[in-house]
Design a protein around this ligand. Structure first.
Ligand code: GRF
Length: 221
């Protein structure tokens, strides 16, 4: 059977992409990254992809009349690689709803908050400002609503006295990497899927998002 294939979309640093690259090369993630696509032709993520020998594609919004035209073109580029799953890993654009619909159940995103808390930007600062005792990250199927699709799995960490957005983000990032790899693994192995708008594990709807345990495994909440 052909190896499960991913297309990863990134806009920046690409540390989550790197975690996926490393996990596919060690076999932790039974998948191959067929392509990395970006809206930022000079981003570090594309450099990481090239260093790993992965095909890259990038487009600039300014070369397209509107957002929908750009999204159609970028996702058409990704589709040429026939990925089983598209992973948004630090892809900083809102995607046209018609394009999202084409990839429903086949596209996930990693977001740095415990969704449904704090969709959008500045998530770490918002968690601190709200006095939250706990913060974290979520991997969810992408729907037309920003950061609003069904959540598959989450990683949590305590907010401690003196935390700033920067310290919290830095502590969360390694957890994000484990979370994204472990979630992609469950999809690649066919254990997790989206059915009827719900996340299903081994044929049964998940009552709550899975949680990342200290051993790096995803467990029932
Ligand atoms: C991560 O915090 C991710 O959750 C968010 O954007 C950041 C991307 O970081 N969506 P990187 O580019 O993977 O290093």
């Amino acid at each position: 059977m052909a190896l499960f294939s991913l297309a990863v979309l990134c806009s920046g640093r690409g540390s989550n992409l790197q975690a996926l690259i490393d996990a596919t090369s060690t076999g932790t993630l039974p998948a191959r990254i067929a392509a990395v696509c970006s809206d930022k032709p000079n981003c570090t993520a594309l450099t990481r992809a090239r260093q790993a020998g992965i095909a890259t594609r990038s487009l600039r919004q300014r070369d397209f009349p509107d957002r929908a035209a750009f999204d159609r073109a970028l996702f058409a580029d990704a589709a040429q690689f026939a990925p089983d799953l598209i992973v948004l890993a630090g892809y900083m654009r809102i995607i046209d709803p018609a394009v999202v619909a084409q990839w429903q159940g086949r596209m996930i995103n990693i977001h740095p908050s415990l969704l449904p808390k704090y969709p959008g930007l500045r998530t770490h600062q918002r968690a601190i400002d709200a006095g939250d005792a706990e913060h974290g990250a979520s991997v969810h199927y992408v729907s037309a609503e920003l950061d609003g699709g069904p959540v598959i799995a989450q990683a949590a960490l305590p907010v401690v006295a003196g935390d700033t957005a920067e310290t919290l983000a830095a502590r969360l990032l390694p957890l994000e990497h484990h979370l994204l790899v472990a979630t992609a693994r469950l999809i690649a192995t066919g254990d997790i899927a989206l059915e009827g708008g719900r996340v299903v594990r081994d044929g049964r709807p998940l009552p709550a998002p899975l949680r990342l345990a200290v051993d790096g495994k995803l467990v029932a909440a």
